[in-house]
Design a protein around this ligand. Structure first.
Ligand code: NI
Length: 255
């Protein structure tokens, strides 16, 4: 059985054929998914799916770095106000993204740090989105020394060396998705050395579609293609990848 630890199942891309998407996910062996939040605009849609599929789709709350703009304070207050509403499975996705924009980097850093502290206080893992901001992220980790938190580096595409550096600083897992199937992907090389104990499967659907469907909509069932690719790289049976990553996901998110 497989767990997709980063699944935007509530995205409008899945509205037209939601039931079929779900059927294919179950058929592919998917037994659960973790749904990261983004901001206020998708909060209700996320909860609607979580309530409709209570044993399958596990909700998270967080403010995504690309949603940190003029209204960042209201957005952050919204997370704080709703953290006690119900059982959440992570604070995320949160992080730094200097690829889309550098206009609010200072605010992104502050919002990230506050949310990591919130997660630590609530004993929830964090889901970290990091894009072209590795140096700033290491500065954040230095600022947060003494805060005890655990989490996943989502859509991991870094080197084995960066992976080791992070493991030395914190309780991290690495979310492996469609990128591992791309030609010449650095993460495929890193995967040869990474321990199965440190990785989780994810799709980030509807984005980051794996080969051979790259360019089309991504969907939860494709988590199996990611697992198959990892098995191929590490030359181990698919079952071994499934068993390890599922147990890693259950332990991290307390599913
Ligand atoms: Ni995402």
């Amino acid at each position: 059985m497989l767990i997709d630890t980063h699944c935007h199942l509530y995205d409008e891309a899945f509205q037209p054929d939601f039931e079929a998407v779900l059927a294919r996910a179950r058929e592919a062996g998917m037994e659960a998914c973790v749904m990261p939040g983004i901001d206020r605009s998708s909060h209700d849609a996320l909860l609607a799916v979580a309530d409709a599929l209570p044993d399958f789709a596990f909700p998270c709350i967080g403010l995504h770095p690309t949603s940190v703009g003029e209204t960042w304070q209201e957005e952050l207050d919204f997370v704080k106000a709703h953290l006690g509403d119900r059982r959440w499975y992570a604070v995320g996705e949160i992080g730094l993204d200097e690829y889309w924009s550098k206009d609010f980097v200072k605010e992104q850093i502050r919002v990230l740090e506050e949310q990591v502290v919130l997660a630590a206080e609530a004993d929830l893992p964090v889901i970290i989105h990091l894009r072209e901001a590795t140096d700033d992220f290491f500065r954040v980790l230095a600022d947060l020394r003494g805060v005890s938190f655990r989490g996943v580096m989502h859509a991991w595409s870094g080197s084995y060396e960066t992976c080791r550096r992070l493991l030395a600083l914190g309780d991290f897992r690495f979310g492996i998705g469609g990128v591992v199937t791309y030609k010449n992907a650095g993460v495929a090389k890193a995967m040869e050395k990474m321990s199965l104990q440190d990785i989780l499967l994810e799709t980030d659907c509807p984005w980051l579609t794996p080969v051979p469907f790259r360019g089309k909509r991504n969907e939860p069932s494709y988590v199996r293609l990611v697992a198959e690719k990892i098995a191929q790289i590490k030359q181990i049976p698919l079952e071994e990848v499934a068993t390890a990553t599922t147990s890693n996901a259950r332990a991290l998110f307390k599913l």
